[in-house]
Design a protein around this ligand. Structure first.
Ligand SMILES: Nc1nc2c(ncn2[C@@H]2O[C@H](COP(=O)(O)OP(=O)(O)OP(=O)(O)O)[C@@H](O)[C@H]2O)c(=O)[nH]1
Ligand SMILES: *[C@@H]1O[C@H](CO)[C@@H](O)[C@H](O)[C@H]1NC(C)=O
Ligand SMILES: *[C@@H]1O[C@H](CO)[C@@H](O)[C@H](O)[C@H]1NC(C)=O
Ligand SMILES: [Mg+2]
Length: 388
């Protein structure tokens, strides 16, 4: 007997199907929500927050409240320090960076500066907002200074061929993995930190600077004064992390640099760190740089070194800050390695420093680490993982 399948379901069958589908939909909704909730539990900022926040309209951002000064740990007697260097923190930032800057200030104040009272210098290409000034001055017990960078030290200079620069930015932004490929402000920032930061009037009264960027972390107590370390040991430049520069941002930087140093060999220090920059005596570049978002250095070196300033002018005239995307890290790296006696360069390998995805966690034999004053894990640090 042939099985008879009705072309149209009876009303009962249709009803059943309807209920089943509904139940199925209902079950999947429940399953979806529980998955979201579970992900909330396991991930700090889970899928749920993102899914839900894409439905709920963003709450209007409250202006930061800075009425409560940064809370210092006032328990017990505070240490006092008989010696102090002629030094300041230095932060370049936009007004919109204020939260990240405060985060960094809490790190630096908490780990080091709360009892040392080194001042802070803030620089911006635009006037600082009242909010930025109120919040940053509330985050430290030290003096804070605010400066605006002269326009001609920030914007793309007139001798740059805009058409050529635009073409270069467009081409670079097609390459995967090159950050800020299309950004002019980023290039301004790199050029500023290469040739102009040490010329700012607010820095003239200081000898040493410690560069601090938004959203960095210091994972160990800093138990000695790195400024005094540089001063007492006759050092001019200190770094934490060394990273290779990408090829795409600097295809002609090394050759342009060698053009300068071949013409002006008198600027090369006889005891320089050329081997950091080149393994073959200058023919090719190692692409090694000191990662400049952390720097503790001697401003007088930058201000007084004729070699440094002439080298910057040579690079600037070549236009690579805009036709390519020369960074201040490769520029400082080459300059410091070739112009300075290598004994004047210091690796702060006992610092636990973190910026974006990169970190340095010191060896467990470091005093602060040994005494449990670090919150990074050496075993799982980047350097150890890479060695493995
Ligand atoms: N005033 C001002 N500051 C800027 C501008 N662009 C960058 N900065 C600051 O310059 C520093 C470096 O900029 P970042 O965007 O952090 O550059 P980066 O460290 O190479 O990149 P990230 O890995 O994204 O942090 C930070 O202190 C920024 O706040 C700008 O257009 N104006
Ligand atoms: C601090 O250093 C700057 C630059 O070297 C110098 O001009 C100034 O006199 C120094 N200040 C003190 C108090 O030593
Ligand atoms: C510091 O180093 C420079 C050269 O690298 C040298 O000329 C100077 O004498 C040194 N100063 C001291 C106090 O050792
Ligand atoms: Mg940064």
């Amino acid at each position: 007997m042939a099985i008879y399948t009705p072309l149209f379901p009876t009303s009962t069958a249709r009803w059943k199907q309807f209920v089943l589908t509904r139940r199925f939909t209902f079950a999947s909704v429940i399953l979806f929500i529980s998955l979201i909730l579970l992900s909330e539990v396991f991930l700090e900022r889970g899928l749920g927050t993102r899914v839900i926040s894409s439905f709920v309209s963003e709450p209007k951002k409250e202006p930061l409240s800075c009425s409560n000064p940064f809370e210092f740990d006032h328990h017990g007697p505070r240490p006092t320090y008989p010696r102090k260097a002629n030094a300041t923190f230095l932060t370049l930032a936009r007004n919109s960076d204020v939260e990240g800057v405060i985060h960094s200030m809490k790190q630096v104040e908490g780990r080091f500066n709360k009892d040392r009272h080194y001042p802070w210098v803030f620089l911006n290409d635009k006037p600082f907002s009242e909010e930025f000034i109120a919040c940053t001055s509330a985050a430290t017990a030290s003096r804070t200074y605010y400066g605006q960078i002269p326009r001609e030290q920030w914007v793309q200079p007139d001798f740059i061929d805009e058409e050529k620069a635009t073409k270069a930015r467009k081409a670079m932004s097609k390459i995967r993995g090159v950050y800020y490929a299309d950004s002019v402000p980023y290039r301004n920032m790199c050029r500023f930190y290469s040739g102009f930061f040490y010329k700012q009037p607010l820095l003239q009264n200081f000898k040493y600077y410690w560069r601090v960027e938004p959203d960095i972390n210091y994972r160990c107590e800093i138990e000695y004064d790195p400024f005094l370390y540089l001063q007492d040991n006759n050092k001019s430049y200190g770094f934490t992390i060394s990273v290779p520069e990408q090829y795409e941002t600097t295809p002609t930087l090394w050759d342009t640099s060698m053009e300068f140093f071949n013409k002006n060999p008198r600027y090369l220090d006889p005891n320089n760190a050329m081997r950091f920059a080149s393994k073959d005596g200058g023919k090719t570049w190692t692409r090694c740089t000191y990662w400049t978002n952390f720097e503790i250095g001697d401003l007088d070196f930058f201000r007084e070194s004729e070699g440094y300033n002439k080298y910057f002018e040579h690079l600037d005239a070549a236009g690579g800050f805009y036709y390519e995307r020369w960074g201040d890290a490769p520029m400082h790296g080459i300059a410091v390695s070739l112009l300075l006696d290598r004994d004047r360069i210091h690796h702060f390998d006992d610092f636990a420093y973190e910026h974006t995805a990169w970190e340095q966690c010191p060896d467990p034999s470091t005093p602060a680490y040994e005494r449990g004053r670090c919150t990074c894990d050496y075993k799982n640090s980047m350097a150890v993982k890479w060695k493995r």
